[in-house]
Design a protein. Structure first.
Length: 148
């Protein structure tokens, strides 16, 4: 199943057969689709208006929150859940200059997670275990360029 996660076109027939056995949807599809799409609707505490999410090599879900619930104040939090949705790394985590997650997260070759800050030219960086690696002001040097 790991290969399917990386390339959802690999096993459409097998998944179609499983879906047919479940009798979950009506009307049932009459043929296997070209690819399967997974939509997530997750309502964990302190996950509020996530800019985007990313999935690390262990299947953990990382999300940067745009603002604090019930306010227009920027959120200093990044939430991390294990593959079944339980918070890990003392999530929500803060530090590293995180302020209002922007649109998109990235994971580098070492497994570090990069989170852009909303409305300015800055990035926060976290280790694969959730430890802030960027300074308290985040990374602002280089050619970062926020565009609306």
């Amino acid at each position: 199943m790991g290969a399917f996660a990386r390339s959802p076109r690999l096993a459409t027939g097998k998944l179609y057969a499983l879906a047919g056995a479940a009798y979950t949807y009506s009307p049932a599809p009459t043929a296997a689709p070209a690819a399967w799409v997974l939509a997530l609707h997750y309502t964990a505490p302190k996950v509020y208006a996530p800019g985007r999410i990313t999935v690390d090599a262990k299947g953990n879900i990382w999300a940067a929150n745009n603002w604090l619930p019930g306010t227009r104040n920027p959120s200093p939090y990044v939430t991390v859940q294990d593959p079944v949705g339980s918070p890990i790394f003392n999530s929500p985590i803060s530090g590293g200059g995180m302020k209002a997650g922007a649109w998109g997260l990235a994971i580098d070759h070492q497994g570090s997670v990069w989170v852009p800050r909303y409305a300015d030219d800055a990035m926060a960086k976290y280790s694969p275990s959730g430890k802030p690696l960027s300074p308290s002001t985040s990374f602002k040097n280089g050619d970062l360029n926020h565009r609306s």
